[in-house]
Design a protein around this ligand. Structure first.
Ligand code: TYD
Ligand code: MG
Length: 474
């Protein structure tokens, strides 16, 4: 028998290589390969003692199935991200950088659920029970009947949880600190993280408890990232935000029981995470509408309209190759938009540095932001501020055509609610020009081509009138 060779496994994505590599070719991360013994993998034990398969019954697609029951957490923003509450027997993975507030969010969710009389267990593998208790006390949650433990052995945890009344919710903080006897790699490696997650997922399915796994995302790849278990769990949410802003966004990236793309917005306060029911007001707070290069984008995050400001700075470049820097938006989308503006808008940006920023630390993935980004770029280039009461949305195609985007009505309604009275939006079947979708008092400039928007903004730069947007009568 050939000698069993050990494998090198990328701790970021789980790719396997027979030899050590500096850079993972699968995910592009550096210095993430760690040697792991081959026989330690999950299922290795089963493979050794292979037994004959058991015959099981197969079922048809049609049949009696109830919709998944839900347990509301009591935090509306969290329930929005889970698609209407936790599903019993499901596993949710919440990823995020250390210190972003995952433990804070989950202890708050646990306390809210425990107050409703559910059995809730919080297992911390990183902090002592006293530390968790201290935080709960500071957050004013000490009276909630959350059951706490500082444990890292998955077998012990499952034995303990199986002993009493089945908990409604179990929080495992974090999956990277857990270890299982079935794998003999060190804690935090891909093999251990996968093994521990698999055991906990099996427990969730068998017991009907909802299990939340916390996963740290680290840039240096010192510990296996949550990506290696994403495919195994029912739902994945990532907790985002940055140090300079107080608000945090819980973004749904996978959900077997509901829609994805939904976001929950929280604000980190001295008293823990507070829910933000009206994110648009938060993102637009402190806006200086009189500056050139800022356009308000009427966007959608899942089922909720969210208004954000897109800021651009276009300045003549002193460098041979002008700088292009983007925060909160896709850089290749900016390149495309610049090319379209040059080709179809007769705007010269080739000798200009371009900086684009989505205010407030928000990340935009919707193509509908194209028109707002274009407006911000042109506004900065011509040095004219856009009207303060104007919002933009629409996808820009390579031909310069402005294409309709979904939910025009919702976007306009949100803009109207926040005091905006004019919108530049695409024309067309699903576009914003259908009467029923337009709120009263909203002036609409329904355009077909990017050139129309550019001409209006350029007119502003020359001291032109209202930018071609007529105010609706009544
Ligand atoms: P934490 O939940 O421990 O982060 P994670 O579990 O994702 O690593 O949050 C840590 C940060 O949150 C810490 O830097 C302090 C801040 N924080 C507050 O600002 N207010 C609070 O009430 C709490 C509990 C934490
Ligand atoms: Mg934590």
């Amino acid at each position: 028998m050939a000698k069993a060779r050990s494998n090198f496994i990328c701790q970021a994505c789980g790719a396997i290589s027979p030899r050590w590599q500096g850079k993972c070719e699968a995910c592009g991360e550096w210095n993430t390969f760690v040697e792991e013994a081959p026989a330690s993998g999950i299922g290795a034990a089963a493979a050794r003692g292979a037994k004959k398969g058991r015959i099981f019954a197969l079922e048809g697609l049609s049949g009696e199935s109830q919709p998944a029951p839900r347990i509301l957490s009591g935090l509306a923003e969290l329930d929005r991200v889970t698609g209407g509450g936790f599903v019993p027997g499901s596993v949710l993975l919440i990823g995020g950088e250390p210190g972003i507030g995952k433990s804070t969010l989950l202890i708050q969710a646990c306390a809210a659920l425990a107050r409703k009389g559910e059995r809730v267990v919080y297992i911390s593998g990183e902090e002592a029970a006293a530390q968790v208790r201290l935080r709960a006390e500071r957050l004013g949650l000490a009276d909630a009947a959350v059951e706490l433990a500082a444990e890292t052995s998955v077998e012990d945890i499952i034995a303990t949880l199986s002993a009493g009344r089945t908990p409604a919710l179990v929080v495992i903080d974090s999956i990277q600190t857990m270890w299982t006897d079935t794998a003999d790699a060190t804690a935090g490696t891909v093999t251990q993280v996968r093994g521990a997650a698999q055991a906990l997922i099996r427990f969730a399915k068998l017991s009907g408890a909802c299990v939340i796994l916390v996963g740290h995302v680290t840039k240096d790849g010192q510990i296996a990232g949550p990506r290696v278990v994403e495919h195994m769990v029912d739902a994945v949410a990532s907790f985002e935000g940055d140090g300079s802003h107080h608000f945090r966004i819980l973004r749904n990236v996978k959900n077997r029981f509901g829609p994805t793309d939904e976001i929950g917005v929280f604000e980190m306060t001295g008293g823990g995470l507070a829910e933000v029911a009206n994110p648009s007001a938060l993102f637009l707070a402190g806006r200086d509408g009189s500056a050139a290069g800022a356009a308000v984008f009427a966007g959608m995050e899942g089922t909720r309209p969210v208004l954000v400001e897109i800021q651009a700075l276009v300045a003549p470049s002193a460098l041979g190759t002008p700088r292009r820097a983007v925060v909160g938006w896709d850089p290749s989308r900016l390149s495309m938009l610049v090319a379209v503006l040059e080709a179809h808008g007769r705007i010269k940006l080739g000798q200009h540095d371009i900086y684009l920023n989505v205010a407030g630390g928000m990340k935009i993935t919707e193509p509908a932001a194209d028109l707002a980004a274009a407006a911000a770029l042109v506004s900065s280039l011509v040095g004219a501020a856009l009207p303060q009461d104007m919002v933009f949305f629409g996808e820009v195609g390579l031909s310069g055509a402005v294409r309709p985007v979904p939910h025009a009505g919702l976007r306009l309604k949100e803009a109207s609610k926040l005091g905006f009275s004019r919108a530049v939006a695409p024309q067309g079947p699903q576009g914003a020009d259908s009467k029923s979708e337009k709120p009263n008092g909203m002036g609409l400039n329904a355009i077909r081509h990017i050139g129309e928007a550019i001409a209006d903004i350029a007119a502003l730069g020359r001291g032109g009138a209202s930018g071609g947007v007529k105010r609706a009568a009544g």
